[in-house]
Design a protein around this ligand. Sequence first.
Ligand code: ADP
Ligand code: MG
Length: 727
Amino acid sequence: MGKKITHDRMDVLDTLKKVFGFQSFRPNQEEIISSLLNRKDVFAVMPTGGGKSLCYQLPAKIMKGTTVVISPLISLMKDQVDAARENGISAAFINSSLMPQETSSVFRSLRNNSLDLLYIAPERFAMPDFLKTLQNVPIALFAIDEAHCISEWGHDFRPDYLSLSHITETFSGVPVAAFTATATQKVQNDIIRKTRLRSPFTIRASFNRHNLFYRVESKRELKTQVLNMLRKYPGEPGIIYRTTRDSVTAMAGMLQDNGIKALPYHAGLTQEERKTNQDSFNRDEVHVMVATIAFGMGIDKSNVRFIIHADLPKNIEGYYQETGRSGRDGEPAECILFFGRGDIPKIRYFIDRTEDQKEREVALEKLYQVVKYASHNVCRRRQLLGYFDEDYTDDNCKNCDICTGNIEKVDVTIDARKLMSAISRTGQRFGIMHIIEIVTGANTKRVRELGHDKIKTYGAGRDRDRHHWRFIVDELLAQEIIHQDGDRYPVLKITEKGKKVLFGNEKVSALKKEEPKKKSRAEDGIEFKAYDTALFEKLRVLRKGLADQQHVPPFIIFSDRTLHDMCRRYPVTLSDMAEITGVGAAKLERYGEEFIKAVSTYTSENPEVLTTAKPSCASPVSPVRKKITGETIEKTFELLSQGFSIEKIAENRNLAESTIAGHIEQLIMDGREIDMDLLVERSRQEKIEKIFLSLQSWQLKPVIEHFNGSVSYEEAKYVRAWMRRKK
Ligand code: ADP
Ligand code: MG
């Protein structure tokens, strides 16, 4: 038994590398896959971008029979199938968009047992004929994607999903996995009950999206602020969320007028228009989608680099879902909220019109939490995760405006008293703007008419500007020292807590944030490695051309992450290319040469990039190097066959020994005639092989550590290549 699992794990890691081109698993993927391989049901809540597809696509490649994926979104199925095919997985889908002949052809492949992966829409499960067909072919597993659609408690209930309740009964020997990115405990229980999973292996992953940078800016001149943000991401995809259709239309127009490729998306457009706009966005033909929250689940695009909320969201759930659509590829992305208090009454207007009192209270509470998120000087990440009952314990997340800004704790008791005194002396009947005018001593008609220039606090805060006083108001609101009352014309009132500050000796302090001088991009916050942006532009064009030829979105060819990796490591041989994240065997074969050519052309035109690249940009696998041409491996093979030692070959060719070792590794894996015993002594080979198996990993470092350095990296590398070749 132990032995069997060992081999399974190696197979799994091999498949991860070979098919998907990834070096390691994301959190929980391996456990889920291992449960499925052991035919155990799975229920997993993982955030958007957590890598749920891999959890069933990898088993699909390994297990006997077809993996059947149930997915609610027809528009996504084609992309998913295209992406799987790009990785060399035999995949197809059946839904209402297919012509009858196409459908029969898929059924034929299914019956021939030649499909690894089959995507289907849920309504098929209500069709007895379809079920009969499925019962007559070997099924590896069922994966229910977007499983919250089965629950009335979820936000996207689909009655068709209820027909999935019989799946475990009808296919009693087949494991079933249910995946979702949104499930409260209540929804979770409901999903498990309705799908009748059999004591499933259950995962609730952390919702932390470490690569997303969260930022809040107060909304002042929205147009300028949005344009400034877009300037940081020229030509890169992003989404701007707005509340109303009119504001969507207006902003999309404004961006177009400014030469930015933008399109609108909202429920008022025809289905056709929406589809066209979404496709253009998916294919990187337009860069910015300005949308209402109607633009949602149907986006699997992995290279969305920024999300702008130009209006206040109604609740944190929605905000988190929307921001979650960025950075699925794991590369840095930025989520900015332009927060204006003027948006609060607009949302309250609708809440106040809700009939049901309970519903109204819940909505108000949710709104209040968003306001708190935006105005409280507490790590944004901690606040967001806290909302989902997740305890984020790091002191500094290094990836939000609070944690990366210069923050100083200042005593603001005196300012708080000045402000509250103005509120109190005017009978708690005025709004924010007016109170600030009094405190700053503004000489306006209204102030004079109301006689507010006569009160004691008039002009008491003249020494500071309006932004400062706005900051104090926001702080006091967030700390519940004052609150806003009334919806149309909200007025400021002093709370019980506030009275203790005004009349007692309670102190107030605030975290004052200094905006960094330079407008930084998301990746400046956390330790994301820099990449060559000029090369990225070139590769992006190449990717787009290939994508168009094949009628697929560019991110299906290679993700941004994969291109970024190339732009750090300048791969110029096939074995270099195979080490790039996201480059599996199928993509290596199909696109390897073309991308190598593009990189080589670029590096020969810009030779300085190879020598001036900062060491921190170079990866440990492939250090900054001289240009290596395609024949170079052959040369190594020739010299090796003539009996030269590695040192000699390196010396002779003026290359690093590690480079030669890399060539040899590739030659071994390619199945070339190489005498292993000359490279590593036979008995050592066996020992090293054993350790790889017992450590259940292809990583070199642990093996070296096991031998306390008496085995070299090269030796371990050769043995590893040999083991892989034998498979
Ligand atoms: P989800 O469905 O959970 O939102 P996806 O399955 O669409 O997420 O995966 C998001 C992205 O992460 C995809 O681009 C995918 O290729 C990538 N990905 C998944 N697993 C890994 C991994 N182990 N290493 C690197 N990238 C991964
Ligand atoms: Mg998904």
